[in-house]
Design a protein around this ligand. Structure first.
Ligand code: FPP
Length: 266
């Protein structure tokens, strides 16, 4: 067993529930081929609550537990980047009370989890039009980013007021601003230039995109970046998503033959 595999397995010591199947699934993961970047569409909170005759926001609240477990699992697996889709530009269409609860949950999460993020060497960042959020949320986000800025482990990205098309529009605006602010002589529009203006500039593209609750949609998430991502969809609703489900996603990903438009390597 390689040093990395041993280290990763040691990270999980005391965190695997006996009889849950987690240990067996962890054993099936090739620790040398952990996806560098996993992006998750956390869906099904409303349905989870509805099934229990609870208000929709109870589903979002329950979903926080899944967020915590997923972030910790990604860090223990030594993943580079985990991006969670928490609030889209389209989500403003929801009732104001639901939007307010989502923002409050985010604030609560950041306050409660900051110590854990620091302890686990996790860096916190956001993707999206953060400047349009309530100033109190912006302040909380800025604190979490500043306090974790020098951490070198997992990069935990939360997509907030995010839209893939909006991101492309913002990137093009930035490119044009760049062109007009220089003499334009060394300016060219190509994939590299556009990618350098995205919110994810400098990050590896997602290798794996996970969607919970069974819907087969991309929902305006990381449209540019998922060009060659493997997609894994589970019927599990987000509040029920646990370490075991995350392990299953990674095992399925490791069985895929990624060809990037070329021929199979096997
Ligand atoms: C989709 O379920 C979920 C969301 C729109 C919000 C997800 C947010 C959280 C889990 C909480 C905050 C996040 C962080 C990172 C602390 P849905 O309401 O669309 O479910 P439905 O399709 O069943 O109605």
């Amino acid at each position: 067993m390689s040093l990395l595999s041993r280290e990763i397995r040691a990270n999980f010591e005391g965190h695997l529930k006996p009889g849950s199947g987690e240990e067996e699934l962890l054993g099936q993961i090739d620790c040398q081929r952990i996806p560098r970047h996993v992006a998750i569409i956390m869906d099904g909170n409303g349905r989870w609550a509805q099934k229990r005759r609870l208000p929709r926001v109870a589903g979002h609240r329950a979903g926080i537990y899944s967020v915590r477990e997923t972030v910790e699992t990604a860090a223990r697996l030594r993943m580079q980047v985990l991006t969670l889709y928490a609030f889209s530009v389209e989500n403003w269409k929801r009732p104001a009370s639901e939007v307010a609860t989502l923002m409050r949950l985010l604030k609560e999460f950041l306050r409660k989890e900051l110590a854990t993020l620091l302890k686990n060497n996790i860096r916190f960042e956001t993707l999206g039009r953060i400047q349009e959020l309530d100033p109190s949320i912006q302040k909380e986000l800025a604190i979490a980013k500043a306090k974790t800025a020098t951490n070198t482990g997992l990069l935990f990205n939360v997509a907030l007021n995010y839209g893939g098309r909006a991101e492309l529009v913002d990137a093009v605006k930035q490119l044009i601003a760049c062109k007009t602010s220089t003499d334009g002589s060394d300016f060219s529009i190509n994939e590299e230039a556009l990618a350098s203006c995205l919110y994810t500039a400098g990050l590896p593209d997602p290798d794996l995109m996970v969607r919970t609750s069974g819907e087969l949609r991309v929902s305006n998430f990381l449209l540019w970046q998922i060009a060659y991502a493997e997609i894994w969809v589970t019927d599990t609703l987000w509040p029920d998503f646990r370490m075991k489900d995350f392990f299953e996603a990674i095992i399925a990903y490791q069985k895929r033959d990624r060809r990037y438009g070329g021929l199979s390597s096997q």
